[in-house]
Design a protein around this ligand. Sequence first.
Ligand code: PFF
Length: 448
Amino acid sequence: MPDQREQWKSKLGFVLAAAGSAVGLGNVWRFPFVTGEEGGAAFLIIYIIAIIIIGYPLMVTEISLGRHTQRNPVGAFKSIAPNTPWWLVGALSVLTGFVILSYYSVIAGWSLSYIVKSLAGFPIGIEATEQLFGEHTTSLFEPIFYHFLFMAIVVGVISAGVVKGIQRVVTFLMPVLVVLLLAVVIRAVTLPGAGEGLAFLFRPDFSAVSWDTILAAIGQSFFTLSLGMGAILTYGSYLSKNDEIPNSSVQVIGADALIAIISGMAIFPAVFALGFDPGEGPGLVFVTLPAVFAEMPVGGLFGFLFFVLLSIAALTSAISLLEVVVAYFVDEKQWPRKKASATIGLVAFIVGLFPVLGYSALDHVTFMGMDILDTYDFIADSIMLPLGGAMIAFFAGHVWGTRNVMEEANKSATGIRIGDWAAPLLKYIIPIGVIIVMIVGIIETIGG
Ligand code: PFF
């Protein structure tokens, strides 16, 4: 056993770290393009309902599991249900963290490279930025270099520990992130013609809602809140008994949703003002936005700021992914933290080489029509996270018991408390609902 488990040094430390984990590529890269594809405001409303009825009870549960057991995901399940196979849910969490980290770092690497590219100025016209993105992702050396660089930074932070590494970095970077984001929003909403973009984001058209929209909203709510894979559980294990779990959860979820919406407000007005397509898909941030920056007044500076903020958001999330795996090896296998960080970082880097090469040397490899990166993302986001989330809710509802969840969660709570209304959600609605949604999602993807 490591001597004394580290604890966040302040209440804000945990909230910033958990918000840092939540706010990431999911908010700034994924949320806008999914919202764009799913038709805008109507999707936004469904997404907000999903984060309240699924996200909030699950976040409270994960933090409570972590704080109660003071362990990594595998240890947490073992300590509540010893000599049962429930530890496998923890093992699934650790594996999910590892898989997401391996390809998250690839996308974060693109973002790092775009900081450098922004200095030279982005080319004018969507064909030119498409070509720039294509040249970057299909080249052999560059994406590997930036993937490695990003992973090395993540390893550096995690090696330094919970307080000296994670807490120090998020305390500095989260405020920087907010300031940069606000600067980009102010630029975007003051462009002539920006109103149409805001209307797209805020004026709902429910005729566009389909089963698909609901699936996308639920999938997005897990990913964006870092739920279903023990990241929040692990951060909760460093939380002191005096902290208020329901209150902190509301703050983290509120910050995450706000940053997603503000990211939308930074991106859609600019996209509409310059007449681009909001439904561009995953290329929205790497193809459409650079074209927007190239044409907008002082776009060079804002392009640079945007990719710095995207990289910061990715970093504070990626450290939580690595921390889940590291906490497992430190707690359960007694590995020294530095050895665990470096070894796992290296292996995740290697596993992440396949999605990188999926755009170059391995571009002939596809699974069900998806390239390697999309396949990793599909397995993690559409199967592993919902499965993990459903099992964690089921475990809390039926094995640990909702009474124990609430007791731990409401300990020292003076403000908001989690009420009995959450019990049926944890016991039945989240497990059953999420599994149905997962199965339908898989069938739709396989059916093409
Ligand atoms: N929440 C992160 C994002 O929105 O980008 C992604 C993520 C981080 C998912 C950590 C899961 C996780 F454990």
